[in-house]
Design a protein around this ligand. Structure first.
Ligand SMILES: C[S@@+](CC[C@H](N)C(=O)[O-])C[C@H]1O[C@@H](n2cnc3c(N)ncnc32)[C@H](O)[C@@H]1O
Length: 169
């Protein structure tokens, strides 16, 4: 997988989400998936390789869109540069997002910084882009506890004590 400098390199959170995404797809067979904040494209590529019909990948960072396009090779994925849902005009069975879950402390970098305020905004906007019975699969962290209702599917403690959660809503 190629990574451009300003693009998030897949790491523990990416791999933990990927594992839960595969399980979710096998169990629920969604027909359409939006990978928000695609970065390298890891979650969108995983989804398309699981034979999902419609896969859209979006990111605020144009370099991420470039990078994910390269990594997706000839897979049929649509790419859209978008600040959250600003350029998204359809609905999905599943929206997946490895969020920038760390608290917004300087130096601010959209790869990492957002935390609970950002996640709350994302979850509240995402509702409008879901088909009936559609779900949101997302990453959050003990570093910025969220107050919205969610079901934790997996969690992992990092070496620094931080706990990462993969949740469904
Ligand atoms: C933690 S990285 C996850 C990258 C990749 N999905 C993964 O699992 O490795 C968060 C991604 O969200 C993107 N992002 C941050 N703020 C965003 C926003 N407002 N709208 C869309 N994408 C955003 C970042 O550019 C970054 O690629």
């Amino acid at each position: 997988m190629e990574i451009i400098d300003s693009v998030y390199k897949p790491r523990e959170d990416s791999f933990l989400l990927k594992k839960e995404l595969i399980k979710y797809i096998q169990k629920n067979n969604p027909k359409s998936v939006l990978d928000m904040g695609t970065g390298s494209g890891i979650q969108a590529i995983t989804t398309k390789e699981a034979d999902i019909d419609k896969v859209v990948a979006s990111d605020i960072n144009p370099e991420a869109i470039k990078c994910a396009k390269i990594n997706s090779k000839n897979l049929d994925i649509s790419f859209i540069q978008s600040d959250l849902f600003s350029n998204i005009y359809e609905k999905f069975d599943l929206i997946v997002f490895n969020t920038p879950y760390l608290p917004p402390e300087p130096p601010l970098d959209p790869q990492w910084s957002g935390g609970k305020v950002f996640i709350k905004k994302f979850l509240s906007e995402a509702k409008k882009y879901l088909n009936p019975k559609g779900k949101i699969l997302f990453v959050h962290s003990s570093e910025s506890p969220i107050s919205v209702k969610h079901k934790i599917l997996a969690q992992e403690k990092m070496s620094n004590g931080e706990v990462l959660y993969i949740s469904l809503r």
